[in-house]
Design a protein around this ligand. Structure first.
Ligand code: BES
Ligand code: ZN
Ligand code: ZN
Length: 499
């Protein structure tokens, strides 16, 4: 097996940038080192903070006439003060996102000034607001420098000291776990095929899961054949690397749920399109086609690390999709794990083929809900762009509603699309049970319908094609893999505890 592992080990040499965060609950703030001040603009206008001179205060107040959300860096040499003001009079979910962006502004300025440690002084802000600030700061501080010879641009910011009586050590710990999970997801997505084939993905997940309490089992090609996973094997036919099917399970003794929540993540480590090779300019980012697998792996890892009492399983079918002498050709018929025959009319619609086997495997757990996460269709991306996740559900009204609310609060928006039976007509095949494409319109829905065919439990499908990757930094979402979906799934699971 080692010959396939290549240089996977060095993926972990890239810094996960785990911020050291300490909590100061009793001490009075000292202003003798660099610090970030966070307050609502309304509170700020009412009273001058002690660290500002009259001149500084009136200057900032004059600026506030036009702008209510405000980031300002002030020299108090040899230190700096970063002033973060927000408008408290707006919808809560928008406000929290504005505060994450302020956290990112503070991070950027701190790194530009080579600051290593920062005190954080929230004034009259809620614990949720403080967390949003820390979240934006930590997520924006991520870097993927593994392949850069010159590491001189390494971010300097490493330590935060938060002065707050509102928040607990435990919640700081959870925040660190969650930001580390997002960084882990981004690392996997940013790693190109040359460093991350299906076996390396499985190994990376196994290594990360050490000491997490997760049970991780990697099924190799012979086991995948024994399970008759015709979708995963079919897509893998053109590959020089074997497929993997990784099973991650978190089953705490005190689980609140009888039936597990089962995630299935698309793990196409590179999508060339196969014989229907991608001819437009969309191939260069296709190392991100395993974002679904990375997202669910990172989310379940965080759930296990935080020891949330919820039984969760994550399944990661993985392969690359390439043309080759032995690759599937359009028109081929394959048989999936549950015996369904599929006419493969387009080899570029490969994600649904490997996910179908994943869903068949998921059915065996008699799940409370199956949740798929996948960079499945260009149609999803075209429909709502980078601003949200396209979702559909079958018999999962309540969890879908919860997911939508969690998405809003975490700025990982979800747009639900119809899932009418009529769309199912579009994937009927003339020679097999179903076909893998459904025509020119509503591509994200016919892809979802294809998956629904296999789900024997309440089912939510998340198409993350529009959000999983960003060509350029977008606030605290750094260039490359965004990790969008990790906070959503983690907090969705956390939310199941508030029944
Ligand atoms: N991986 C792609 C979808 C994708 C597109 C992800 C853009 C991220 C950004 C998927 O495998 C694919 O190629 N889908 C085809 C399906 C079509 C052939 C029915 C698509 O969307 O064009
Ligand atoms: Zn494809
Ligand atoms: Zn794909």
């Amino acid at each position: 097996m080692n010959e396939f592992l290549g240089n996977f080990a060095i993926i972990f040499f890239s810094k996960l940038l785990k911020m050291k965060i300490t909590l100061n609950q009793n001490q009075t703030p000292s202003f003798d080192s660099s610090f970030a001040f966070i307050a609502s603009f309304q509170d700020f206008k009412n009273a001058k903070p002690a660290f500002l001179s009259e001149n500084e205060y009136s200057y900032i107040c004059s600026k506030l006439e036009n702008e209510k959300t405000f980031f300002f860096s002030l020299q108090h040499l040899p230190h700096f003060a970063f002033i973060n003001l927000f408008d408290a009079e707006q919808k809560e979910y928008q406000l929290l996102e504005r505060i994450r962006v302020l956290g990112n502004d503070t991070q950027k300025s701190s790194n530009k000034l080579n600051i290593k440690s920062l005190n954080i002084f929230p004034a009259g802000t809620s614990s949720e607001q403080v967390f949003s600030f820390l979240e934006g700061l930590c997520l924006g501080n991520y870097q993927f420098l593994k392949y850069k010879s010159d590491k001189k641009n390494l971010n300097t910011l490493e330590e935060l000291s938060v002065y707050s009586t509102q928040i607990s050590e435990k919640s700081i710990e959870q925040l660190q776990i969650l930001t580390e999970a997002v960084h882990f997801c981004r690392n996997l997505v940013n790693e190109p095929l040359s460093g991350l084939n299906a076996l390396q993905l499985a190994e990376a997940v196994k290594t990360q899961s050490k000491d997490s309490g997760l049970q991780v089992t990697v099924l190799h090609k012979a086991e995948i054949e024994a399970l008759k996973m015709g979708g995963l094997l079919g897509v893998n036919k053109g590959s020089i690397d074997p497929p993997t099917f990784t099973v991650m399970e978190w089953k705490p003794e005190n689980a609140v749920n009888q039936k597990p929540v089962v995630f299935v993540g698309k793990g196409v480590v590179f999508d060339t399109g196969g014989i229907n090779i991608k001819t437009d300019d969309h191939m260069d980012n296709m190392k991100d086609d395993m974002s679904g697998a990375a997202t669910v792996a990172a989310a379940i890892w965080a759930v296990a690390k935080a020891k949330l009492p919820v039984h969760v399983v994550a399944l990661l079918p993985a392969t690359d999709n390439r043309p080759d002498g032995n690759a599937m050709v359009p028109g081929d018929v394959i048989t999936m794990m549950d015996g369904t025959t599929v006419e493969v009319l387009n080899t570029d619609a490969e994600g649904r083929l490997i996910l179908a086997d994943g869903i068949c495997y998921a059915n065996q757990y008699n799940p409370e809900v199956i949740i798929t996460a996948a960079t499945l269709t260009g149609a999803a991306q075209r429909a709502i762009g980078k601003y949200g996740i396209v979702a559909m559900h079958q018999d999962a009204q309540e969890p879908m509603q919860k997911m939508r609310l969690v998405g809003e609060k975490n700025y990982e928006y979800i747009a639900e699309f119809p899932f009418w039976e009529e769309y199912g007509e579009l994937i009927k095949s003339s020679i097999a049970d179903i076909q893998n494409i459904g025509g020119a319109n509503a591509g994200m829905i016919t892809a979802g319908k294809f998956l629904q065919h296999f789900a024997k439990a309440p089912f939510i499908h998340l198409d993350i094609a529009g959000v999983s990757f960003t060509e350029a930094d977008y606030d605290y979402r750094t260039q490359g893999g965004t990790g969008i979906g990790v906070r959503l799934l983690y907090r969705f699971i956390e939310n199941l505890l508030n029944k």
